[in-house]
Design a protein around this ligand. Structure first.
Ligand SMILES: *Cc1c(COP(=O)(O)O)cnc(C)c1O
Length: 227
């Protein structure tokens, strides 16, 4: 297994080149290291390699990693489907939630949060039935309604592309998300600055960066996926 340092170096290089092709600055792109497949020692290695944003998709993994890395300076991201009953335990442990996709979840966050929580609204651009996220038609009305919840700040939009999609399909999906992000940003809603785009994983982050990603969520290609 390659060291995280080596993987990171390669990924940073790929991101820089993608930014160059797209006329973007590399410092606009932050890497969220997804540690859901690996143990605490490997997660620690990631932070020591210079990764300060860590993502987990389950409450159990989040709690475990947070406890193990309590001495390190980490920004924590919850990237997975969030069940309402877990909100009260997830909230105090995270800086960002990437998967806000329904009003009932917004209500629960509002009820449990003690401060405004940075949330990405997850959009199902691919239309796959198995993917979570709101429909594209609902992006503006849904985010408009979130103004009722002062404990939620919509910092951006998030999507997951299908694992086996061709390049043009990926580009189409990422571009559509970017267009929706702009549409929200242009509303200048105080509760929804919506400047960020959380898109791109191990298999498609280069294309996501070319299409405007500001947070890429990378697991297997960075920290590995076997322990
Ligand atoms: C697991 C996961 C990732 C990272 O997946 P890789 O393909 O291993 O990079 C990114 N985003 C979400 C929401 C995930 O659940």
């Amino acid at each position: 297994m390659a060291s995280i340092k080596e993987n990171l170096q390669k990924i940073r290089q790929n991101i820089e080149q993608a930014c160059m092709r797209a006329g973007r600055r590399p410092d606009e792109v932050r890497i969220v290291a997804v540690t859901k497949y690996v143990n605490e020692a490997r997660a620690r290695e990631a932070v020591e390699a210079g990764l300060t944003h860590i993502g987990e998709n389950r409450l159990e993994g989040l709690t475990e990693k947070r406890r193990a890395l309590a001495d390190l300076d980490v920004t924590w991201h919850f990237i997975g489907t969030l069940q309402s009953r877990k909100v009260k335990d997830v909230l105090p442990q995270v800086d960002y939630i990437h998967s806000l996709d329904r009003l009932s979840l917004a209500k629960e966050i509002q009820k449990r949060a003690e401060r405004a929580v940075k949330c990405f609204v997850q959009v199902n651009v691919s239309g796959e039935a198995t993917k979570h996220g709101i429909r594209e038609d609902d992006v503006l009305p849904f985010i408009d309604r979130l103004r009722e919840f002062p404990n939620i700040t919509v910092v951006g939009l998030m999507t997951m592309a299908p694992a086996n999609a061709e390049e043009d399909e990926l580009r189409r999906i990422f571009r559509r998300l970017k267009n929706w992000q702009r549409a929200v940003e242009e509303k200048h809603w105080e509760h929804a600055p919506c400047r960020e785009l959380s898109m791109g994983m191990s298999g498609d982050y280069i294309i996501a960066v070319e299409e405007g990603a500001t947070f890429v969520r990378i697991g297997s290609a960075l920290v590995g996926n076997d322990g």
